[in-house]
Design a protein around this ligand. Structure first.
Ligand code: TRP
Length: 348
């Protein structure tokens, strides 16, 4: 990593109050909005907090090997966050690969991380279990070092900015435990430089159901994209699976995918009113139309801005560069401290 360390900006040595990453390996969908984007947009506006949001493009290298897809996903995710109101002036919004201090810290942490700890990572274990189920001779078949050391890169993302709180989905909790482990090890072996970050799992907003009723996710291919055309959005909503109860028959909101999506978007009173309509036997066609109209009203304005941004990728790039500059005003001096602590520093 031959990066000149002459970066001179007003040094913002404030640790991150909140930090989270978004892997650039897909198209942003409604589940991402309620689970991650909406709460982050709220936090991004808070003047009292220093919050960091970044596009985890190095993490996406592990998940796919398609350069075009990575670029497109980076563009779409950045555009979506900006269009949905992220206050990128108040927070720090950047691309992981624009911060060369992160891969450098990754190596420093790799040299401290126990291999046995990585052996226990859920994603790695699941890949091994799959190989065993498929009766491959080599249980590590197709597993890269990237997948294996994924938690160390994630630890570097977090520790680089000494983040206090990290909002993530439930599937990421183990990675935060590992981050704390690695940070404590550094503090013990070298110098107490790292805060042990806390995981924040939002129980209310975490999971949205997809078209088939399972969790809305790219891997199930059951998602509704945030920024398709209005016509396509309507078509997707009409595709949501319901049961065969006819119009006028009372319906159970508790077990209904449509209802759970409505609930994630609407206010409490609106949800209660919809619940009443279910009990009174609203027809599926009507319920779908109401859901479509509700979501569309929220997305109409951002959709226009999203389309504008996608047409002007240079504008997005400029925002990300400003973010990288702000982030590096922390990471450059902090990495210097880390280098000193481990005995990698100028001899003169
Ligand atoms: N691994 C996270 C996910 O798949 C994304 C991510 C990468 C992240 N680095 C991070 C999240 C640092 C929080 C903090 O969702």
């Amino acid at each position: 990593m031959f990066v000149t360390r002459t970066f001179q900006k007003d040094i913002n040595m404030k640790n991150a109050d909140f930090l989270t990453g978004i892997t650039t390996s897909g198209t942003p969908h409604l589940g991402n909005y309620v689970g991650a984007i909406r709460p982050a947009v709220e936090t991004s506006k808070n003047k009292e907090l220093v919050s960091y949001y970044f596009l985890a493009d190095y993490h996406s290298l592990i998940k796919n090997h398609d350069p075009g897809l990575r670029r497109q996903s980076t563009l779409e995710i950045a555009a979506a966050w900006i269009a949905l109101g992220l206050d990128y002036k108040n927070c720090i919004f950047y691309r992981q690969s624009d911060i060369p201090e992160i891969p450098e810290l990754t190596w420093i942490l790799t040299s401290l991380s126990a291999k046995g700890l990585m052996n226990r990572a859920h994603a790695y274990k699941a890949a091994v279990a799959q190989n065993q189920a498929d009766e491959h001779k080599d249980p590590d078949k197709g597993i890269t070092m990237g997948l294996f050391s994924y938690p160390v890169l994630m630890a570097a993302d977090i520790l680089m900015f000494n983040a206090a709180k990290v909002p993530v989905g439930r599937d990421q909790v183990q990675h935060l435990e590992m981050t704390r482990d690695i940070a404590a090890r550094f503090n013990h072996v070298y110098k107490k430089l790292f805060i042990l970050p806390e995981v924040v799992v939002d129980e209310d907003s975490a999971v949205l159901s997809g078209l088939d009723g399972r969790k809305m996710s790219k891997s199930y291919n059951n998602y509704i994209p945030l920024f398709d055309t209005e016509k396509r959005l309507r078509k997707m909503v009409m595709k949501i699976k319901t049961n065969s109860l006819g119009p006028d028959e009372p319906k159970d909101p508790e077990t209904c995918t449509l209802f759970s999506i409505y609930n994630a978007f609407a206010t409490r009173e609106e949800t209660r009113a919809m619940e009443k309509k279910y009990r009174e036997g609203i027809a599926w066609g009507t319920a779908k139309q109401e859901l479509f109209e509700y979501i569309n009203a929220i997305l109409e304005g951002p959709r226009k801005q999203y389309e504008e941004l996608i047409k002007n990728p240079g504008d997005i790039e400029a925002i990300l560069q400003q973010g990288a500059e702000k982030a590096r005003s922390f990471s450059v001096p902090f990495l210097d401290k880390i280098r000193k602590a481990i005995g990698i520093a100028s001899l003169g």
